[in-house]
Design a protein around this ligand. Structure first.
Ligand code: PHE
Length: 455
């Protein structure tokens, strides 16, 4: 059904389980399997993990609940939603606009990492990356990212497949797929952990992941952990507001958010446990950066029977997990364009993809054609990541928290969380409200100022 969102009935998730699957599908993605391990590795291991968990509980979870509640109340894209809920003079809708910008910045590099995953599916079929020789896996990854043609073509393959799925309809296409395949990814990760834990220097890997060294915690590291918490739960940019607008009226919002948060954390930890023992056993560098997963995972698979076939399965499942997250990122601009400009979904998707092919190519070519191009000391790939995760998402979080805490108000918030009085969760609502009104905005602000060396 084609609808412009103005008068037609709005699309929405079909069942309670569907809501959970889609929301979890947005949260779980490359953030868990690619970003979490490499950031943990580069920022000192356990101490980073600890700050990340605290940021998730005190800041990200309340903001997630707030975003979903706002979206469900307004039943519109983030810009319209904030205009409806805040008819006053302050331009709260800018949160939605900044979310759209963040979506493009994130998608530009995210789609390139998905491209690497797609390429690794092909490479694992060909058997060219499977090895526990560090030199071999590093060279394989290096060749891929420094080849402009491969990098671009794989990115286009990703963008086109995502566009195709979006057109099929999120609920029936991806929601159905992720619901079936996510458990499989989970199982495969558990298997990988078992293999990794049997490696010679497994204990060193675990110690790195679980023994904190607080000397490594600088303001910048804390800001990165906070940014990761936002990125992981897809918040601060309107994704959860958009998904909230598809939530059913009888859905228990805080319970859903808590389940998503816990499952998401589990997947990240499993990825960490699968990777760090291998890092120490095979002499990789924990601080290898974005390459980390792509060079270590093949080494783990090289240790087990049927490793090649299982590696194919692993990258296919990772691609599927990344797909759910990518679609939720794209849904923000698509819905905004659709509802604000009254365009059919097909055209809104086309416009989004066209823009993405342009902005995304800068990230695809970062390690080849544009290798020398830097801004503020970062290449474009890292810059887009930094600006979105460490600036736009936390800033979005501040304003969402302030909006709920000071403008929308306790009564509206309580009503929304209790499904208009049908659920008994008043105490929880007070607690989350208190966090949103005072704790989260202040904490985010201090971490941002400190992380940017402004205080
Ligand atoms: N949470 C997703 C992941 O971990 C990424 C994402 C960020 C999705 C922001 C939507 C919005 O991979």
């Amino acid at each position: 059904m084609e609808h412009t969102g103005q008068h037609a009935k709005r699309d929405g998730f079909s069942s309670g389980f569907g809501v959970l699957a889609a929301t979890l599908g947005s949260a779980v993605g490359l953030g868990n399997i690619w970003k979490f391990p490499y950031l943990t590795g580069a920022n000192g291991g356990a101490s980073f993990l600890l700050v990340y968990v605290i940021a998730t509980l005190l800041v990200a979870l309340p903001v997630m609940i707030a975003e979903i509640a706002l979206g469900r109340k307004a039943k519109a894209n983030p810009i319209t939603a904030l205009q409806t809920l805040a008819p006053g003079r302050l331009p709260w809708w800018l949160i939605g606009a900044s979310g759209m910008l963040a979506a493009f910045l994130i998608l530009s590099f995210y789609s390139e990492v998905v491209a690497w995953v797609f390429a690794y599916v092909a490479k694992s079929v060909a058997g060219s990356v499977l090895s526990s020789d560090r030199a071999v896996t590093e060279a394989a990854f290096g060749t891929l990212i420094s080849d402009p043609v491969q990098s671009l073509v794989w990115q286009w393959v990703v963008l086109l497949s995502m566009g195709g799925i979006l057109l099929l309809g999120v609920a029936k296409g991806i929601e159905a797929l992720t619901k079936k395949l996510m458990p499989l990814l989970f199982l495969l990760l558990v298997l990988l952990c078992a293999v990794s834990l049997s490696l010679e220097k497994a204990a060193d890997g675990l110690a790195f992941l679980f023994n904190p060294d607080f000397g490594k915690l600088t303001g910048g590291v804390v800001l990165t952990a906070l940014g990761l918490a936002f990125f992981k739960l897809s918040i601060g940019m309107g994704t959860m507001m958009t998904y909230g607008s598809y939530f059913r009226d009888d859905q228990d919002i805080p319970a859903t958010a808590m389940r998503v948060m816990s499952a998401d954390l589990c997947v990240s930890l499993l990825a960490g446990i699968a990777i760090f023992p291998a890092v120490f056993t095979f002499g990789f560098e924990p601080a290898a950066g974005p390459a980390l997963v792509f060079i270590t995972i093949p080494a783990v698979f090289a240790q087990i029977p049927m490793g090649q076939a299982l590696m194919v399965v692993f990258f296919v499942l990772t691609a599927i997990a990344a797909t759910g997250a990518t679609l939720s990122l794209m849904e923000v601009p698509v819905l905004i364009i659709q509802e604000r400009f009254g365009l059919p979904r097909r055209k809104a998707t086309g416009v989004t993809l066209g823009l993405l092919a342009l902005t995304g190519s800068t990230c695809a070519l970062t390690n080849s054609t544009l290798a020398g191009v830097t801004l503020f000391g970062m290449n474009l790939f890292d810059l887009f990541d930094f600006v979105s995760s460490n600036l736009l998402l936390p800033a979005g979080g501040i304003f969402i928290a302030l909006f709920v805490g000071w403008v929308w108000g306790l009564d509206s918030f309580r009503q929304a969380l209790s499904n208009e009085g049908r659920l008994r969760n008043d105490r929880l609502a007070y607690m989350v409200y208190f966090l949103l009104r005072f704790v989260s905005p202040l904490l985010i602000l201090v971490v941002m100022l400190k992380g940017l060396n402004l205080i």
